[in-house]
Design a binder for this molecule. Sequence first.
Ligand code: ZN
Length: 151
Amino acid sequence: MEEQKRSIVNAQVSVERFHDISMGHRVVGHEGKCKHLHGHNYRFHFVCVGEQLDKLGRVIDFGAIKEYLCLWIEEHWDHKMMLWEQDPILHDLSQLLPEDLVVVPFNPTAEEIARYMVEVIGPMQLRGTGIKLKSCQVEETSKCSATYSLL
Ligand SMILES: [Zn+2]
């Protein structure tokens, strides 16, 4: 009985939604072809958790995940080129194509993009909702992805 109680207390329910965007990037210092400007059809998986379920029994409505997270990346990142603020080509490209760039404070690997979503964008977009973005998986291809998770 005691064991059963403990397992309930330790359980957590989460909800997940994914969203696809197309975005360019390059990885500064990469040993291979990822040092070149190129792009991916990225798939972002958002996993959200809350303190408790709402009156209807939900962590949050799936439509709200779309509104707060999916549409944010759609609006800010889709069909743009993500570059590190310390990328040596940034200055020249920003003269030519300022509206095509997303400048970020990290070298834009899948790992760093996932971390930024969980540590910066999630808290910003979900403020006041009572839920948090627990993890984000960023797929560069169907074979390759990185995940950043709060413990
Ligand atoms: Zn890439």
